[in-house]
Design a protein around this ligand. Structure first.
Ligand code: Z5A
Length: 219
């Protein structure tokens, strides 16, 4: 794959991924890059349909393996219709959650067998490997408080409804991924206000991908 760069943001509930993904997209656009900001599950019309089914909990009764297959089906559509075309066109793609979320939620925490997850990841994302993954690390107590302040009484989704032990296991699993793949992953302290976290992300991106700084020369 040539041209663009692929950056993913990962982390637990309420760690600020969506906020920081938007801010990073703005920063890169200001530097003259063409940017596609997207998310998982979702990010393409077909995958957004799957998102609704997954987050409502409608797939949950079929078991964790069925959920893993559904996340993979959504990813296949997203990669083929949104991510790969953008990268091939030289754009920068910023994605709010990607394959590490499957490894964590379905794998480390959900206990779906590794062989199934590896097969699904190969089938869906072998041609869309992130150049950089920012893992936003935050105590789940703070993340869940942020998320519930935003929810203002709305019903929790399939994953928000899990207890603190679940969210602690999620945090630990993301940190393990970062430790195992330091060439791709950077752990970002997600405490502090959004501006402080954005500065940490800016430093990490410029250090790992110096070409982020370069403004496009007008034709
Ligand atoms: N999932 C999976 O199981 N397998 C997979 O393969 C994939 C996903 C791809 C998607 O949920 C769920 O799908 C996810 C894992 C599972 N579930 N969980 N948990 P989602 O997309 O609906 O939600 P999320 O990804 O967890 O994101 P979130 O709850 O929206 O959190 P966030 O994106 O990390 O944070 P935010 O939206 O930027 O901020 C949350 C609130 O905090 C908001 O009001 C902000 O204004 C506020 N905020 C943000 N930053 C700050 C700072 N720095 N200080 C104070 N307040 C802040």
């Amino acid at each position: 794959m040539s041209g663009g760069r692929f950056i993913t943001l990962e982390g637990g509930e309420g760690s600020g991924k969506s906020t920081q993904a938007r801010r990073l997209a703005d920063l890169l656009r200001e530097s003259g890059h063409d940017v596609v900001l997207t998310r998982e599950p979702g990010g393409s019309p077909g995958a957004e349909l799957a998102r609704a089914a997954l987050l409502s909990g409608a797939i949950r009764p079929y078991g964790v393996e069925a959920e893993a297959v559904m996340f993979a089906a959504a990813r296949l559509d997203h990669v083929e219709h949104t991510i790969r075309p953008a990268l091939m066109a030289g754009k920068w793609v910023i994605c709010d959650r990607f394959t590490d979320s499957t490894r964590v939620y379905q794998g480390a925490v959900g206990q779906v067998p590794d062989a199934l997850l590896r097969g699904l990841e190969h089938a869906t994302a072998a041609h869309a490997r992130p150049d950089l993954t920012l893992i936003l690390d935050l105590s789940p107590d703070i993340g869940l408080a942020r998320a519930s302040a935003r929810a203002q009484g709305a019903q929790a989704d399939r994953f928000e409804g899990e207890g603190l032990a679940f969210h602690r296991a999620v945090r630990a699993a993301f940190l393990e991924i970062a430790q195992a793949d330091p060439a791709r992953c950077v752990v970002v302290d997600a405490q502090g206000n959004a501006e402080t976290v954005a500065q940490r992300i800016r430093s990490a991106v410029l250090s790992r991908l110096p070409e982020a700084r370069r403004a496009r020369v007008p034709a």
